[in-house]
Ligand binder design. Structure first.
Ligand code: NAG
Ligand code: NAG
Ligand code: NAG
Ligand code: NAG
Ligand code: NAG
Ligand code: NAG
Length: 805
């Protein structure tokens, strides 16, 4: 927060090489003496309020300069041509200032890697600056967006260094066609040319730019068909072609762009039916916008393949036929816009799966039938526009229908209401029971319909590394993941034989199996029960959690598989390492296993805390497990604990806007009875404190051998109260009887033998920890880092006492 002007005396520091005073509130002109510090190699004045101009001889007075960053000030004038005489330059950034005039030539800067002049009022002149840049053979970033460059982009753009990764030319006044030579820049990953006046075809040489991840050509006058070579862009995450004059069909090869996250083709003149290949892009998540075109025909039912899509916009086309039932498989839909088409038939019953949706606009179609009741229970829904259709019958009353500013039903002459609202006529009694004529009894999503959806490995995309430019190099990468077919997994598990079944939950069954390729041969395969509502979502949640995590106390995922079985049904499975020692639950309650030693229980408590601390505090965004219970804690050969089952895991917030999946806030109960934090029951937000609660319950359960849903716990008695009442004096009465705690005859601890005292002290500390974690009010619970350090200390003390023996 430094204010005022730069003191001139700074320039008197002898031999200063690096000066960085960026991100302050400094103002005034930059003292010219700064530019006389001939030893400077790095000078950053970025993000301040400096005014004035640069000295014309700056390139001579800073002979050693390599990096000069002036970004985001108010410095103006012409760019001094002498900059080109400071031949050590690696990076020049004058972006977001007030420079004007013609861009000088920088061709003499043979080491230049970055030239950023965006957001000024610069002109291109005769574009000779561009051809001179061909000499900068190390150039990686050329950013000239938001300036006043006019005229045709010369073909010399294709002579720029092949090292160029980013070319930014948006928001200028460039016209003419896009030179095909652009296709020479084979390492280009980021291309912005939107908001110019480019016309003509998109050259097919764009297909040579196989490294492209981001392409924005929107708001130009491009026309013709999109070249089919676009399908060669396998790394492409974002493609923006909206607001041009493209015509013809949407090319089928777009379905080969398997990394697409956002595709915007809106406001063009695309015609014919929607290319079904688009719906194989299960990577699409941030948006698919085909609105304002001339697309016709039915919406292909393969649309159910877009299982990750958030916003979907097909509005203002000429689409006809029914809304496909398969849309109900797009469980991450946040916004569905189909208004302004010729759709008929009813609102599919399968929409009842779209519980996370916020906006539905089906207005201006020819939809008939009644308004489904299930919209009443959609907590996230903020807009439901059904205007100008042929809907009939009685309006539902609850949920969103109570708020007339969120629901729009005008222009449906046969709708009525049982209360005088929404300016609808009043219904005659029982009109809501005339449902027999409709075939609305479709049960959920038909799995068979989905089978037609030729999903390729969703997970390959899900687990794919984030875009290359992402700085998060500490993110685990899964490029080394093996892929398995249905046949591989069937063989490994003896045809999913019941003999191999080792566990079963609401969303999946776990089979053990043998895979030659794995180190010890054993694996576990979790097969998702896709006909269970929520199971597909749980699969995605688990994949997402595993994509973002790697920790030795989390169960290791070998691979994930999304394919179809030998009957053509959708098949999704996770292949995880096999845990020879099964679940913690099986150890607490088994009659046949040997009892867990106190040492094992302490180790398990520490391992669980380590994993949770990692999820809560080392993951970005933080992850809340939401379903901690002993059956989700697996034990490895050495009786170390690993958390599994991330089917309900929740990312607290998405910091990374480029991530493939954005977390949605689907409502609904999370967790398992007995372990779920009480505040979740009263609608509180998911938080890390909820996991702390479940952790506390498991600790108490491990110590008492009593499940929180034990028949003992009724009439207000809970596991915590049960333990709390006995603490500390009578604690031995409620401990798991399998603990071997010698009774020394009298009650006083001090008279018992020394080892037993230490054993009990360890137990007491664990009990205390379990009780404080499972307190009713979230804010009274310790945080996971505190829990982890506490339980680690307990373990150290315990180990030390054993060593003494
Ligand atoms: C400065 O650079 C320009 C353009 O590269 C060149 O013509 C001129 O001779 C250089 N001046 C000196 C003193 O090196
Ligand atoms: C480009 O490099 C060549 C050879 O290094 C040099 O002769 C020429 O002057 C340079 N062009 C510019 C514009 O600096
Ligand atoms: C697509 O482009 C249109 C028009 O510019 C814009 O309104 C819309 O928000 C964009 N949609 C997406 C998903 O980017
Ligand atoms: C709307 O549907 C009705 C039958 O449900 C049909 O008679 C009518 O022609 C349709 N209107 C349009 C514009 O397609
Ligand atoms: C609902 O749709 C109609 C017709 O498309 C439109 O005029 C109206 O503004 C929309 N209402 C809301 C609240 O979006
Ligand atoms: C109705 O919806 C509007 C817009 O979402 C909101 O501002 C308003 O509070 C809601 N009213 C009620 C009674 O829920």
């Amino acid at each position: 927060s430094f204010k005022g002007s730069i003191p001139v005396s700074i320039a008197k520091i002898p031999n200063l090489q690096e000066l960085d005073i960026s991100y302050n509130i400094l103002s005034g002109t930059i003292p010219f003496s700064i530019f006389n510090m001939s030893s400077l190699t790095y000078l950053s004045l970025a993000v301040n309020n400096f005014v004035g101009e640069l000295p014309f001889d700056i390139g001579y007075t800073l002979p050693s300069i390599q990096t000069f960053i002036l970004q985001q000030n108010k410095v103006g004038g012409k760019i001094p041509a002498s900059l080109a005489n400071a031949t050590n330059f690696l990076s020049i950034n004058l972006g977001a200032n007030a420079f004007y005039g013609i861009i000088p030539s920088f061709g003499s800067l043979s080491n230049l890697e970055e030239l950023i002049l965006a957001s000024n009022q610069l002109e291109a002149g005769d574009w000779s600056f561009l051809s001179s840049l061909a000499n900068c053979t190390q150039l990686q970033v050329l950013s000239l967006g938001t300036n006043m460059m006019q005229g045709n982009l010369p073909s010399s753009v294709g002579s720029l260094a092949t090292s160029l990764g980013a070319l930014v030319l948006h928001a200028n006044k460039m016209s003419g066609s896009i030179p095909p030579e652009l296709g020479n820049l084979t390492n280009l990953s980021f291309l912005r040319m939107e908001q110019n006046q480019f016309a003509g075809d998109l050259p097919s040489t764009i297909g040579n730019l196989a490294s492209l991840t981001y392409v924005d050509l929107s708001r130009n006058r491009l026309s013709g068909q999109i070249p089919s070579s676009i399908g060669k862009l396998r790394q492409l995450n974002n493609l923006f072609l909206q607001e041009n004059n493209f015509s013809g069909p949407i090319p089928r090869t777009l379905g080969d762009c398997r990394s697409l996250i956002t595709l915007n083709l809106s406001c063009n003149s695309f015609s014919e039916s929607i290319t079904r290949e688009l719906f194989f892009l299960d990577s699409l998540s941030a948006g698919l916008d085909l609105s304002h075109n001339q697309l016709s025909g039915q919406i292909p039912r393969e649309i159910g393949g877009l299982i990750n899509i958030g916003p979907l916009n097909f509005s203002n086309n000429r689409l006809s036929g029914h809304i496909p039932t398969a849309l109900g498989a797009c469980i991450r839909l946040e916004s569905l816009r189909l208004q302004g088409n010729l759709l008929d038939g009813g609102i599919p019953e399968s929409f009842s799966n779209l519980r996370g949706i916020a906006e539905i606009d089906l207005s201006r179609n020819n939809l008939s039938g009644e308004i489904p009741n299930f919209f009443q229970s959609f907590n996230s829904l903020k807009l439901l526009n059904l205007s100008f259709n042929d809907l009939e019958g009685q309006m539902p009353q609850g949920g969103i229908f109570q708020n007339s500013s969120e629901v729009s039903v005008q222009g449906n002459s046969m709708l009525c209401s049982s209360s005088p609202m929404l300016q609808l006529p009043l219904c005659f009694a029982s009109s809501r029971h005339r449902r027999t004529w409709r075939t609305l009894k479709i049960t959920g999503i038909s799995v068979a319909a989905l089978a037609l959806v030729c999903l390729s490995c969703v997970v390959f995309i899900l687990l794919k590394r984030r875009s290359k430019r992402s700085k998060q190099s500490d993110q685990p990468s899964y490029t080394e993941m093996k892929s398995f077919s249905y046949a591989d997994l069937a063989k490994a598990t003896n045809g999913f034989s019941p003999d191999n079944l080792v566990g079963s939950g609401a969303y999946g069954s776990v089979y053990k199996g043998v895979l030659e390729s794995e180190a010890n041969g054993m694996i576990a395969v979790k097969v998702f029960k896709l006909d269970q509502l929520g199971a597909p979502k749980s699969f995605v949640a688990e994949c997402e959690a595993f994509r973002n995590t790697r920790h030795h106390n989390l169960v290791r995922v070998i691979s994930a598989c999304s394919t179809w079985d030998n009957k053509g049904n959708d098949f999704k499975a996770l292949i995880i390492e096999y845990m020879a020692n099964g679940t913690l639950e099986s150890w607490i309650y088994s009659e046949t296993r040997r009892p867990l030693s106190l040492g094992s229980r302490v180790t398990i408590a520490v391992d669980m805390a380590a994993a949770l601390d990692y999820l809560h505090n080392s993951c970005m965004p933080p992850i809340v497990h939401c379903d901690l219970k002993p059956s989700n804690v697996l034990l490895d050969d050495a009786m170390g604990a690993r958390l599994s089952d991330f089917g309900l895991a929740k990312f607290l917030q998405s910091h990374d806007s480029s991530s493939t999946i954005t977390s949605t806030s689907l409502a609904g109960p999370r967790g398992s009875i007995g372990y779920i934090a009480p505040e979740y029951g009263i609608g509180n937000k998911i938080s890390t404190a909820g996991d702390v609660y479940s952790y506390g319950i498991i600790i108490l359960e491990m110590l008492t051998g009593k499940c929180p849903t034990d028949v003992l716990f009724k009439n207000g008695l809970t596991l915590q109260k049960f333990v709390g009442n006995a603490f500390p004096k009578k604690i031995r009465d409620i401990l798991d009887p399998t603990f071997i705690i010698p009774r020394s005859g009298d009650e006083g601890l001090d008279h018992g033998n020394h080892a037993m005292v230490e054993l009990l002290s360890c137990i007491m500390q664990l009990v205390q920890l379990g009780l404080s974690c499972s307190t009713e009010t979230p804010k009274d619970r310790p945080t996971m880092p505190d829990v982890y350090s506490e339980v680690s200390a307990i373990k150290r003390e315990y180990s030390a006492s054993r060593a003494k023996e």
